[in-house]
Unconditional design. Structure first.
Length: 224
């Protein structure tokens, strides 16, 4: 019911992920990023609490592999979970339990990982990672290229209805948190459209938070 890619950008230090699913509001439950700490995807039969718990371990200084091993050790229902993590040094860890649904696959790269379940083709995560590595442009552009590649490689076995992208930079809040929570059309196309609108405005929203006195005009009706 999900395919995703998580990564740390070597040039900016940003953490980010993209994800899509046949289920509604997938990014609301499965996408977890924290500036300077890491990124976690918690998917399949999802427990959203696992994302923050794993990020807390990374923040405490554990690497991705050690944090993942400690988190899943003795935990109830862990066989139903599919978890991905990238830490502040680019370390990667993945857990795919024995009860992961349908056709599933996972791949590891340099400071990046991709995985999915109920896939149309086991090649989907590999296609996502290859597209991310090959893509040019900003970190968000590369993440979106990965999501599109996952869809074009087959995506889920059934129709996809929700998608999201989340990126953490140096701030305590995500600089990108874009979601398409439900559509009968292609949510990845809708997410690409949202990113195209948001991308040129992203820096201005950061500036408004840090110093609104020098922020550009809001450019909306009623603004003077």
């Amino acid at each position: 019911m999900t395919f995703s890619l998580i990564a740390r950008c070597a040039s900016t230090g940003q953490f980010g992920m993209v994800i899509a699913s046949s289920s509604p509001a997938v990014a609301a439950r499965c996408a977890h990023v924290r500036a300077g700490v890491g990124v976690v995807a918690s998917q399949n039969v999802t427990d959203p609490a696992l994302g923050p718990l794993l990020l807390d371990r990374l923040a405490a200084g554990e690497g991705a592999a050690a944090a993942m091993a400690a988190l899943i050790s003795g935990r109830a229902h862990v066989d139903y979970r599919q978890l991905l993590a990238v830490d502040a040094t680019g370390g990667v860890a993945i857990h795919s339990g024995r009860q992961v649904l349908g056709r599933w696959a996972e791949v590891r790269g340099e400071a990046a990982a991709a995985a999915g379940n109920l896939l149309a083709d086991e090649a989907v995560p590999g296609a996502m990672l290859a597209a991310y590595v090959a893509a040019a442009g900003a970190f968000g552009d590369r993440l979106m290229a990965a999501l599109r590649a996952g869809l074009e490689a087959g995506g889920e076995a059934g129709p996809v209805h929700s998608a999201g992208m989340k990126i953490a930079d140096r701030l305590t809040w995500p600089v990108v948190d874009l979601r398409v929570d439900w559509t009968k059309d292609c949510p990845i196309t809708a997410l690409e459209a949202a990113w195209a609108v948001y991308r040129p405005q992203m820096a201005a929203y950061v500036q408004r938070a840090e110093d609104p006195t020098v922020a550009p005009s809001y450019g909306v009706p009623g603004d003077r």
